[in-house]
Design a binder for this molecule. Sequence first.
Ligand SMILES: [Zn+2]
Ligand SMILES: [Zn+2]
Ligand SMILES: [Zn+2]
Length: 256
Amino acid sequence: MQITVLGSGTSQGVPVIGCKCPVCQSTDPRDKRTRTSILIRTDKVTVAVDAGPDFRQQMLREGIDHLDAVFITHEHKDHIGGLDDVRPYIFMQDNKPMPLYVEETSLPEIKREFSYAFSDHLYPGAPTYDVHIIDETPFTFGDLYVEPIKLKHYTLTCYAFRIGKFAYVTDFSEISDEALDRLRGVEYMIIEALGRHKHYSHINLEQAVQIATDLKVKKAWFTHCSHHMGKAVDVNAELPDNMMLAYDGLSFVIND
Ligand SMILES: [Zn+2]
Ligand SMILES: [Zn+2]
Ligand SMILES: [Zn+2]
């Protein structure tokens, strides 16, 4: 299984429009963060987890010519804003509606945002989706055994996805003991860390390091970072050896 970080930035991305801070002015490519998303590839399937506003550029950058599904963590715009841009895949793949795996409470926002895709009178060229409602019940997609894990994202529900030794855990402010238990045994983890300070709807770097340490992961990468995090080079120097900030384009393979 190959994991590629499509985007590693918070909802505004980094650089933030108009910001003159050292992180936004940095020339280090690791400090250029498009909106958070990953791609999971196996011999059988290619799946995006979320399709944010930068989806088109991310897929062009990575040269992805096939997509089998999108798993949605939650309905915030930075995670669904690119769902219209799955159209090239639909057109290339015999006009098959794009499978979306999404929790029930996230669906109304997707239907509102992309109402034209759910219309009884589809305009030619409109995207179509094959919606699969998920809850905490594990499901199989191709050769992936996926365990969705419920998180609390301030007032919203957000889902983490565990696939064997790997977990992708973003956009949450609270994680229950039960959810933590379901993550035990994970060896590789991409987990959010918004910045340095406490935040009402996201965890910060200190909390993310704590969770990764508690879970005794072999390797943790932090994502959904804001410009308040600092430059990647400086933050990485402070982190334990097995932890680092994720960056756009980061790719690694996990063997079974
Ligand atoms: Zn987000
Ligand atoms: Zn800035
Ligand atoms: Zn969110």
